[in-house]
Each structure stands twice: as structure tokens, then as C-alpha cells.
Design a protein around this ligand. Structure first.
Ligand code: ADP
Ligand code: ASP
Ligand code: MG
Length: 408
């Protein structure tokens, strides 16, 4: 039987028409090698951001259904252009929207989850010898409204298709050679990893390494789908995201991540009474807002501040929700800070090594970087700092943990 490969090309890989043609050339080279090829494509370059900017000119909080109608158009453009480019090389190719190939999601507009994927259409076109090109990032709910899968969601489309089609390989093509110990745009001597575990990649992605969408890594891990992240600008091997291997535990920090997309909200002087935390966070959750870090100190005076972080894009919505509750809780007022960044170190080896936190805080102190919030899990430590300190903090930590040294 022919081998089936699912390849995803990100916006950076199809930033202009020349790049679209290059991608088509690569797809055709896989057909020539005898593969059945299913290609997932993102919107050209920064199209999604540009569409979001248009919406923002009309409203601060536009209807999420309409936002999905808008931002899903980006992928519809790139998929058609890519199909035409493949035709130029004399190969048959056909493009489909998420709805057309039967990517069914729930109804959480702008961050929908895939419930089911129908493989019939893709299979039947592959059987006719065609390259199948699928619009990334989108699906449809049962009411046939278009949904999108969260930023970076084309990665999710690729992993989902690799799973349901039982693909022999899943490749994510991007503008860097693979997964690095830190964003190579920030740390010049960041090192490419040959392999990384699903767990570590999930943490790095959740903590801001945009190279893979966190949810897609979670799904790949759950279904044990090896994912090869590599460059669309070269033929070099990239990084394999895979199951944990023993050697990984010997390295206690494998990467540093930076997230500049969050904002901090503080509710001041919340009375120290049972139920107050529940009241705040139930209300926020009820509006489909995800909370990241939460900090509440012990109260000495019968009242304490509660701080938490949300996506900056959810800030206006969250403030509205929280302000409604403040009076009834007997709290004082609500403040916010958009000028924050979260810097994190991640590594499976942290489970068995001590002193990581101490080393992290010392490296930041030496650069006079103030830490505003701290949170830890088994394999990561995160600190919130001033946004303007974010990149310096990443470089300091990369150096302190010796990450430019070689690792297999
Ligand atoms: P695409 O358009 O292919 O989806 P993205 O912009 O979503 O690409 O992701 C690729 C970018 O992720 C890279 O250009 C790089 O700057 C950034 N990045 C952040 N952290 C890392 C990391 N640890 N390793 C590699 N790239 C990273
Ligand atoms: N175009 C979408 C975005 O920019 C999806 C993706 O690129 O994966 O988020
Ligand atoms: Mg991406």
C-alpha cells in the first residue's frame, strides 16, 4: 500500500506567491517518491492578524461567530492558490474547507474543539490520485456555522487528520529548522533539539513557544503520533516530537519560553471569606475565559488581593465580568496591567533535580529583573515580569542553564 503523509505548511511558509510555488514543488516531490499527500495549509503570511485588525476597527468585542466567518477566509485563499500551484507541476490536486472535509467541532467560536473528522471525502480523492489540500484552523459545528480552532490551529488540523487517516508521517513545516532551546529570534545561540517529548513540548507551547499550537501537541501525545517539525526553506531534518526517552531525564532544563500575550488583573482587598474565590472564577469560567496563573496571599487584615492572568485579548471581557462581582463580594476595586510577560523554564529532569527555582531567581536577580508572580508544576517554573524585561530574562535563563551546550 502507498504511504500516506500529512504535511502542514504554516503562514510563514506561504507568505507570498513564490513561497506557495515552492511549497507546491515540495508536495510534488513527495508524490514523485510515491506518497499519498494530504496538505494542511494556513493563511498566507500575516493574513489572520490583518483580518483581526479589520474587525478591531469596528468593535472591541465583535461577535465571535462573525469573527470566525471572517478569519476562516484566510485559509480559503491559500488552499485554492496552493492547489493551482500544484496543478502547474502537472499533478492533480483539490482543495477543501474544513466543513467540506467534515471537520466537526463544538460551538466555542474562536477556540473550538474537534469532535469528529469524516475521512470519506479525503480518502476518495486520494484514491483518484489527487493531492488533497485542506484549509487549516477551521471546522463547522453541527448547526453548520464555521468555527476556528484557536490561534495556530492549523497544527491541530494536521494532527487530527494524521490520526483519523492513520498517516505514516505527520510533518509541520515552518520558518525555523525545528524546535530550539528558546525562540531563535530572541536567543541567537539557541540550539536545535533532535527530539523532544510530548510533555516538554506541550509545556513549551502552552508557555508561549508559538512554533506548535499547545492543543495539537496534547492531541499528538494522546494518540502517540510522532510529529516532525522542520523548515520549509531547506531539506534539513528537524525535531521529532515523540514519547519520553530515558536520556531526556538527564537534562533538567530543556527549554525556555516567553509569553507576551497575557494581562494581569488584580482584585483589591477581597474579604477573606469562604466562597469568594469560587464566586470570581465561576463567573469568569462561565464566560468561556481561560485563566492562567492565580495568586492569593494570606490575609493579615481580613482582606487580601487576588491576582490572575488571562489572554490580553480576553482582558476587556474579563474586566467587565469581574467588575460586576466586586461590589457584591465587598472587595475594593479592580486594577489591571497589560505590560507583563511570562518567562518559563521547562524540563522533564526537574522532577529529579533540585535547585532549579533558586538558579532561575538568581539569574533574574543578577539582571535586576523583578519577579511579580511565580507558578510551578512538576516540569516547569514560570515567572511574570515586566514586558520590557521579557527578552532579557529569556537570554539570562538560557545562559544560566547552559542551554547552548550540546544535547542529543
Ligand atoms: P507558522 O507560520 O509556520 O505556523 P509560527 O510563527 O506559528 O509559524 O511559529 C514559528 C515561530 O515560532 C518561529 O519563527 C520562532 O520565532 C517561534 N518560536 C518560539 N519559540 C520557539 C522554539 N522554542 N523553537 C522554535 N521556534 C520557536
Ligand atoms: N492562520 C491561523 C493563525 O494565524 C492558523 C494557523 O496559522 O495555524 O492563527
Ligand atoms: Mg503556527
Amino acid at each position: 500500500m502507498k504511504k500516506l503523509i500529512v504535511q502542514k505548511y504554516g503562514g510563514s511558509s506561504v507568505a507570498n506567491i513564490d513561497r506557495v510555488i515552492k511549497v507546491a514543488e515540495r508536495i510534488v516531490s513527495y508524490c514523485d517518491k510515491g506518497y499519498d499527500v494530504v496538505t494542511v495549509v494556513s493563511a498566507l503570511g500575516d493574513t489572520t492578524d490583518e483580518l483581526l485588525e479589520l474587525a478591531a476597527k469596528i468593535s472591541k468585542s465583535p461577535s465571535e461567530r462573525e469573527l470566525d466567518m471572517l478569519i476562516s477566509t484566510g485559509e480559503q485563499v491559500s488552499m485554492a492558490l496552493l492547489a493551482m500551484a500544484v496543478h502547474k507541476f502537472g499533478r492533480e490536486a483539490i482543495s477543501f474547507t474544513g466543513a467540506q472535509v467534515g471537520i466537526i467541532t463544538d460551538s466555542s467560536h474562536t477556540k473550538a474543539r474537534i469532535i469528529d473528522v469524516n475521512t470519506k471525502k479525503v480518502r476518495s480523492e486520494l484514491d483518484k490520485g489527487k493531492v488533497v489540500i485542506v484549509a487549516g484552523f477551521q471546522g463547522t459545528n453541527v448547526a453548520q456555522d464555521i468555527t476556528t480552532l484557536g490561534r495556530g490551529g492549523s497544527d491541530m488540523t494536521a494532527v487530527a487528520l494524521a490520526k483519523v487517516l492513520k498517516a505514516d508521517a505527520c510533518e509541520i513545516y515552518t520558518d525555523v529548522d525545528g524546535i530550539y532551546t528558546a525562540d531563535p529570534r530572541i536567543v541567537k545561540d539557541a540550539r536545535k533539539l533532535n527530539r523532544i517529548s510530548y510533555e516538554e513540548m506541550l509545556e513549551l507551547a502552552s508557555l508561549g513557544a508559538q512554533v506548535m499550537q499547545a492543543r495539537s501537541v496534547e492531541a499528538a501525545g494522546k494518540f502517540n503520533i510522532p510529529v516532525h517539525v522542520r523548515s520549509s526553506f531547506s531539506g534539513r531534518k528537524g525535531t521529532l516530537i515523540t514519547k519520553e526517552v530515558k536520556a531526556m531525564e538527564d537534562v533538567f532544563v530543556s527549554g525556555v519560553a516567553l509569553n507576551k500575550t497575557e494581562a494581569k488583573i488584580t482584585i483589591c482587598d477581597v474579604p477573606d471569606k469562604p466562597g469568594n474565590a469560587a464566586r470570581i472564577f465561576e463567573e469568569v469560567a462561565g464566560h468561556n475565559i481561560n485563566i492562567d496563573m492565580i495568586i492569593q496571599n494570606v490575609s493579615r487584615t481580613g482582606a487580601t488581593d487576588v491576582s490572575f492572568t488571562v489572554l490580553a485579548t480576553d482582558l476587556a471581557k474579563t474586566l467587565k465580568v469581574v467588575k460586576k462581582r466586586v461590589k457584591s463580594m465587598g472587595a475594593e476595586n479592580v486594577t489591571f496591567d497589560k505590560d507583563i510577560a511570562k518567562v518559563s523554564v521547562v524540563g522533564i529532569g526537574m522532577r529529579s533535580h533540585s535547585g532549579v527555582a533558586a538558579k532561575m531567581f538568581k539569574a533574574m536577580a543578577e539582571r535586576k529583573i523583578n519577579i511579580e508572580m511565580i507558578s510551578t508544576s512538576e516540569i516547569k517554573i514560570s515567572c511574570v515580569v515586566k514586558k520590557s524585561d521579557g527578552e532579557a530574562a529569556v537570554r539570562a535563563l538560557h545562559k544560566a542553564f547552559g542551554l547552548s551546550r550540546k544535547r542529543g
